[in-house]
Design a protein around this ligand. Structure first.
Ligand SMILES: [Zn+2]
Ligand SMILES: [Zn+2]
Length: 428
């Protein structure tokens, strides 16, 4: 039985674009691993917040230029786009890295620990690569070096996208995401497929995780104002109480998840994170403000949840004689891995990571602005292990925390898989 299956399987995997350049990539990845680690430490020690990645962008641009790659700077403020022309005709494959750090004060004792500080939202804070975007930049700089060295053999072109502000700038009057801005400036127009990775502090080095279809949630911001009629707390019948009405709305919103969303297809979340109304124990206030977050896994589900939030809030308010004003701000769409591309690239991921090292990711209710690229062209986003071998994910600090730590021995797999994506895709 085995003898019959093996040749068929090999034929199939050759047909699905196994490039003969893989062994060369393996060798080159090994050769530049220490350089990639050096770059990463330098970027880690000099973190920059979203849309302020000036030094990081300069390092990237200088490096790409030194490799003979065409460079465009100041795309979406600090973004850098590199374009590598392959020696043979073929598709254009985009690879993406995000460059921004976070307002977190690093607590990890490292020789290249960040001591950078800034004022953020009026507060003194440290700045830290607490989501690992420093590793993404360094890995993609390495991939650029590997692919530039074999450009005559490439059956197509490679676009290196180094974007700012993945974490988003969401201040009063300003709401931008690096990827959205890059897309608006036309970065995806000549691209056939796009690949990206995210390091994971709680996934063991040597592993790659991914899932087909919806992978990370879409995020929207919710604001509801319930307008009542102010009254003495001792005579509620003389007014319309927006606090009692808000309580009913909050409970009503949870029925969207329990009664309207088809939870066998994908989960959804509606969270009210803050409510504010009133000033004194015996005054029924005029209005209540609530803010919250919505997480969904696709456009259809998102539309349903938005519609039900509006219906429930306005109708409950109406039934009480109050008025609800619902405002929903769309932020990141869901990150959806193109099923066809994901299936084609399955053997590529397996070849890079090896048997037993490929995981199916659970749905992640966090978000990624990589989704903006995927709305333009088929895209695949994978997780790369960054936790030390044998570590316990439940005891390992998560992303966005002061103790966030990445084991650098996982970078080499990042170099391999991103390079494999390009050459295998071109070989189809
Ligand atoms: Zn993050
Ligand atoms: Zn991130």
């Amino acid at each position: 039985m085995k003898k019959l299956i093996l040749p068929l399987f090999l034929m199939a995997s050759v047909a699905f674009g196994q490039s003969s350049l893989r062994p060369t990539i393996d060798q080159k990845a090994q050769d530049i691993e220490s350089k990639v680690i050096e770059w990463r430490r330098d970027i880690h020690q000099n973190p920059e917040l979203g849309n302020q990645e000036f030094q990081t962008a300069k390092k990237v641009a200088d490096h790409l230029r030194s490799l003979g790659i065409e460079v465009t700077e100041e795309v979406a403020i600090t973004g850098v786009v590199g374009y590598l022309r392959g020696g043979k005709p073929g598709p254009t494959v985009a690879l993406r890295a995000d460059m921004d750090a976070l307002p977190v004060t690093e607590r990890v004792d490292l020789p290249f620990k960040s001591t950078v500080t800034t004022t953020y939202n009026g507060q003194e804070t440290g700045v830290m690569h607490a989501c690992g975007h420093d590793t993404h930049v360094a890995i993609l700089m390495g991939v650029a070096e590997i692919l530039a060295s074999m450009k005559d053999e490439l059956k197509g072109n490679v676009k290196f996208i180094f974007q700012p502000a993945e974490e988003g700038i969401n201040e009063p009057g300003v709401a931008t995401w690096g990827a959205k801005q890059m897309v608006e400036e036309g970065v995806m127009e000549d691209v056939d497929a796009v690949f990206g990775l995210h390091i994971g502090s709680q996934m063991e080095v040597g592993k790659i995780g991914y899932r087909s279809g919806p992978a990370l949630a879409g995020v929207d911001e919710l604001e509801i104002t319930v307008q009542g009629t102010q009254a003495h707390g001792a005579s509620p019948w003389s007014g319309v109480d927006p606090i009692v009405t808000s309580a009913q709305i909050i409970n009503g919103l949870q029925t969207i998840i329990a009664r309207n969303v088809n939870i066998t297809q994908a989960p959804a979340i509606v969270t009210i994170g803050a409510i504010h109304g009133g000033i004194r124990h015996n005054i029924i206030p005029e209005k209540v403000d609530m803010i919250g977050t919505i997480r969904t896994f696709g456009d259809e589900q998102q539309a349903l949840v938005h519609k039900r939030i509006t219906e429930i809030a306005t109708h409950i308010a109406e039934s009480a004689g109050a008025k609800a004003d619902v405002r929903i701000k769309k932020m990141y769409p869901a990150t959806v891995n193109d099923p066809e591309l994901t299936e084609k690239m399955g053997p590529t991921i397996l070849a890079a990571a090896g048997e037993g090292n490929v995981l199916t990711n659970p749905l992640i209710t966090g978000a990624e602005d990589f989704s903006f690229y995927q709305r333009e062209k088929p895209g695949l986003f994978v997780s790369l292990g960054g936790m030390k071998k044998g570590g316990d994910p439940t005891k390992t600090p998560s992303h966005h925390t002061p103790d966030f730590y990445i084991d650098e021995s996982g970078f080499i797999l990042g170099l391999k898989v991103m390079s494999y994506f390009v050459v295998d895709y071109m070989n189809q």
